[in-house]
Design a protein around this ligand. Sequence first.
Ligand SMILES: [Zn+2]
Length: 321
Amino acid sequence: MIDESPPAVIHHAFNWHKNVWSVKTAPKINLFLWRLVQGALPLGANLQARGLTANTNCPHCNAPETALHLILHCPYAQQVWELAPFKSTTALLNSDSIQHALNLAPTLVCLPPKGITTELFSWLCWNLWTARNRLIFENGGTSHAAVVTNALVNVREWNQAQKIPSPPRPTPTTAPLYHAPLPPDISFCNSDASWSRQSLQAGLGWILDNETLPHALFGSSCCNHVTSPFLAEALAIRECLRAAQTAQITKAWMRSDSQLLIKAINSKTYPMELFGVLMDIELLSSTFAFILFTFIPRAQNSGADSLAKSALCNSPSALLN
Ligand SMILES: [Zn+2]
């Protein structure tokens, strides 16, 4: 009999950066892991703690539903971990807290097929969560094998989307953000620009992602007469905001690897050269219910970066050269 512990208690020694925010996975999965540890998912035990008394037990086995139960201790989850291509999951399944499980995740050894590494752990957790939701809200069961297969497909798709190999990730300089309250349905909006001094063209790329989207939305475009890389980055943010607005996103976390630009936006100090574009950004921002602009290191923005680069390479004048 497995002891069901109450909703997550945060251990001070837990390394949020290493075990949550630096896990090489989709931003929505980083956020999911964060919520899992914070006890912020609408799981039975968390709902009961907030006074909701409807049936809040595990939809698979009817035991009290905690984060630890959902991910590791439910018989359904245990069968999923048994099917997962890891060398051994014994230590993981004996974890007595979600924090402990996340600490162990990087030590899991993946069996072939090649190319799948420990990021599979985060996608398996995510697929256990979506299988649980499908059962509750759509009355649809998901086989243990399907959970594993879906997670493997997710890992491959995610890895393919990161076309440009990323250098090791530097420590983000946005540490205070990690404990800031984020709205539950926030969307991650990454943008980037690629600029040619020779042609004064800019390739702009953006990616939008959130928990409810089956796939990330993305787009790119090419702009002429762009006089500086700084202006190109501002145009990319503006495009990203417009795309988010079109996608009816109301809560956005805008992320750019231009530290100067993020500083200018947050301090509302607009250089003359960027005044028009930054005013547009300010105006567009005011239509969102929640908006946050932060700097992210380049290595964490490789998706938007490759979209921007390919938009610049495929521009009509680039093709003529
Ligand atoms: Zn269960």
